[in-house]
Design a binder for this molecule. Structure first.
Ligand SMILES: Cc1cc2nc3c(=O)[nH]c(=O)nc-3n(C[C@H](O)[C@H](O)[C@H](O)COP(=O)(O)OP(=O)(O)OC[C@H]3O[C@@H](n4cnc5c(N)ncnc54)[C@H](O)[C@@H]3O)c2cc1C
Length: 428
């Protein structure tokens, strides 16, 4: 450490605070010209990290982003495609902006393995790419084996998750359209933690909104392994009873054990079987396979333990893990906004460490989760999280954050603008 080390970022960054970052970028003149950061995964965490390492290093550090998909399709807002008020094109953004505007090298492939000793990642064709720092943001994988029969039912296309936006989102919408009026759509919710706490309830609301317009005799069943709605419970339940009274039914403490695709049924550990016309079964989730196979998923081979100040893995030096794949700190949701916020703190730490600058000792994270309960009405929950040095974790700042008083259309506008802004913040 030199006498002149400076902190790269003194505070967390609000979404879209590009002018603040432009100032910070000038602090990084010590970044070694040949340093290379490799990022695995171009989702909310990885794409943001790729862009911000470039910006915060004043474009001196090379960044290679490895992501199999050629366009980014957003999970946030994908429930609106199921509800019918948006289409896939409206939630899709090309990755090109990262290359053209930020000089990120894009490799459209899936990383097959990581060698944390040699500091290389390998692609399926045997190509290896070296790194000084590696950012791993692979999101979650569905734990299909936790529910008997689910893998086969998914492979045949009969029981879908659509928990990664894309082909399954379109296929699930088609199943809903094909369902006769008077039919039943059932969504199951796994025990927390899982990707996007309010996501299943937003989806149930979107399907109910669609049924109310197009198939009013139909039902939405929410079969939840948890004892209650896990996010914004009072707001969701009030909206359902005021607007979807004869459509939505919420059943807590329903843990799925197996699916019977032939009879279109779900089997639970205690409760009676449920038959439905469209089954949307969400199994337990865990850090993406690449994190598991590299030994980064230190907690029950499920979530990746990290140093919360820098997001560096607890078991692999110079490997930083972000987003849904991480073991969450208290009250930290697995959300796109949170992954974007992780990425900025991690990018700042990576650039600081490669530039011989001090790492920010007390970073902040922010989160807002908007949920559409109809095509226009929205509810939100927000929080601010600060790193507590003595406890080596993030905790919510007392008095910060908040909750909608009730569903309203103004927040519908805010929510769609939030999406436009975060996509631009990650990708443009
Ligand atoms: C229906 C739904 C609604 C949601 N709504 C909201 C919302 O309103 N607000 C919100 O904040 N969050 C929302 N979320 C949650 C949000 O989508 C996730 O929390 C967020 O995507 C996590 O970001 P991530 O970077 O950790 O992972 P992801 O965004 O999932 O990105 C992971 C990327 O890694 C890539 N990858 C995986 N393995 C490899 C490999 N081996 N090599 C290369 N690439 C790899 C994948 O292709 C993927 O692109 C929602 C989620 C769902 C499912």
């Amino acid at each position: 450490m030199t006498m002149h080390r400076r902190t790269l970022l003194q505070t967390g960054l609000a979404l879209g605070s590009l002018s603040a970052l432009a100032g910070c970028a000038t602090l990084t003149s010590k970044a070694p010209a040949k340093a290379q950061v490799v990022v695995i995964g171009g989702g909310y965490g990885g794409a943001t990290a790729a862009k911000y390492v470039r910006m915060l290093s004043n474009y001196q550090i090379s960044v290679v982003l490895i992501e199999p998909n050629t366009t980014f399709i957003s999970c946030p807002m994908s429930n609106l495609v199921l509800g019918g008020s948006k289409n896939m094109a409206q939630i899709t953004t090309p990755y090109d902006g990262l290359r053209r505007q930020h000089g990120v090298t894009l490799v459209h492939d899936r990383v097959a393995s990581i060698d944390t000793q040699k500091k290389t990642v390998s692609l399926p064709n045997g190509t290896t790419i070296g790194y000084d720092k590696l950012v791993v943001s692979p999101g979650v994988d569905m734990h299909f084996d936790s529910i008997e029969g689910l893998q086969a039912a998914n492979a045949s296309g009969q029981i879908l998750q659509a928990w990664k936006a894309g082909a399954e989102t379109t296929a699930l919408r088609k199943q809903l359209e094909a369902m006769p009026d008077g039919g039943v759509y059932a969504i199951t919710v796994p025990e927390a933690p899982y990707k996007c706490p309010p996501g299943p309830y937003e989806r149930a609301s979107q399907v109910a909104h669609y049924f109310k317009q197009a198939k009013p005799k139909s039902k939405v069943l929410i079969l939840d392994a948890n004892p209650d709605v896990t996010s914004k419970p009072a707001l969701f339940k009030k909206y359902w009873s005021d607007n979807y009274k004869d459509i939505v039914e919420f059943r807590p403490n329903h843990k799925v054990m197996a699916v019977d695709a032939k009879n279109s049924s779900i089997l639970f550990d205690v409760q009676p079987n449920v038959r439905a016309d469209v089954l949307n079964v969400l199994p337990a989730m865990r850090a993406g396979a690449i994190a598991q196979q590299t030994g980064l998923a230190t907690v029950n081979n499920r979530w990746c333990g990290i140093n919360y100040q820098t997001f560096e893995s607890l078991v692999a030096k110079d490997v930083h893990v972000l987003g849904d794949a991480t073991l969450a700190a208290p009250a930290m949701p697995k959300s796109g906004h949170m992954a974007n916020s992780h990425a900025k703190v991690a990018a700042a730490a990576v650039v600081a460490q490669l530039s011989d600058l001090a790492v920010n000792p007390t970073p902040f994270l922010t989160n807002t989760c908007y949920s559409y309960v109809s095509d226009k009405q929205v509810i939100h929950v927000a929080s601010v999280h600060q790193y507590i040095t003595e406890e080596k974790t993030f905790k919510t700042v007392p008095g910060s954050g908040g909750l909608s008083a009730e569903a309203n259309e103004r927040e519908g506008t805010y929510a769609w603008n939030w999406a436009q802004n975060i996509w631009a913040d990650m990708l443009l």
